[in-house]
Ligand binder design. Structure first.
Ligand code: NAD
Length: 245
């Protein structure tokens, strides 16, 4: 039996998710790293987890697929003895005029960014309630707080994640489970690869700190929310955006 507490991170093959997995491994958690399709991203993370001697298991799972997510949590219960910290990080973005968004795009973005969070929370909560402890950390976005032009569905799903966080936090507070959100600003990952270097530096100039954030800086906030130091913090949205909003 593995003695370390397990942290399950979705979208662990991506920029922010990989850094969260590494940081929580360094903090002493065993890592259940979920990824969807990016094999090279997850192999890179695996190599880094090995290098630091982490206890980990990789799970290929689309967060929008409830049955597969149920299987992942059942396996994590057997392998790790349960998930103590859930980080809902998987997400997809889209930049498009509102009137050009198709029904299929709407369905896919909401299925991944919002239903995916619902699915993972629903599978994680029974174990946490039994244990009377647990931490759920949802990665929203500053656009979920203030809304972004040409990112209506993305912004709406991220706002929905904030609503779910605040409601679930109150429902689970008597069970000593903390539910919080991180709302990153512009973070230097491949999610922003669609921006040209010129657009990136123009955007950076609008940020009071004058630069994009790093995935490690978001992982640092998650590390706090996963730790005992945040035991009295729940239903909060912690924005990390260099002072932009
Ligand atoms: P990224 O594209 O590098 O990573 C996204 C991850 O989500 C990838 O690992 C991808 O494989 C995974 N994913 C996508 N669809 C999935 C699915 N159906 N099931 C499981 N996993 C899936 O981007 P990132 O910047 O690391 O984004 C991580 C999170 O941070 C996202 O939720 C994103 O919305 C949020 N965020 C990012 C920024 C930013 O500027 N980069 C800002 C605010 C919020």
């Amino acid at each position: 039996m593995i003695m370390k507490k397990c942290a399950l991170i979705t979208g662990a093959s991506g920029g922010i998710g990989s850094e969260i997995a590494l940081r929580l491994a360094k903090d002493g958690f065993a890592i259940a790293a979920c990824y969807c399709s990016d094999e090279s991203g997850i192999r890179k993370l695996e190599k880094e987890l090995c290098e630091i001697g982490a206890v980990y298991k990789l799970y290929k799972a689309d967060v929008s697929d409830y049955n597969r997510i149920k299987e992942v949590f059942a396996d994590a219960a057997d392998f790790f003895g349960g998930v103590s910290v859930l980080v809902n990080n998987a997400g997809i973005a889209q930049q498009k005029l509102f009137t050009d968004i198709t029904q299929e795009e709407f369905d896919r973005i909401t299925a991944v960014n919002f239903k995916g969070v619902f699915n993972c929370c629903q599978c994680a909560v029974p174990f946490m309630v039994n244990r009377k402890s647990g931490k759920i950390i949802n990665i929203s976005s500053m656009w979920g707080v203030c809304g972004a032009s040409c990112e209506t569905v993305y912004s709406a799903t991220k706002a929905a994640v904030i609503g779910l966080t605040k409601a679930l936090a109150r429902e689970l507070a008597p069970s000593n489970i903390q539910v919080n959100c991180v709302a990153p600003g512009a973070i230097d990952t491949k999610m922003n690869n669609n921006l040209s270097d010129e657009d990136k530096s123009a955007f950076a100039q609008e940020i009071p700190m004058g630069r994009f954030g790093t995935a490690q800086e978001i992982a640092g906030v998650v590390s706090f929310l996963a730790s005992r130091d945040s035991d009295y913090v729940t239903a909060q949205v912690i924005t990390a955006d260099g002072g932009l909003t």
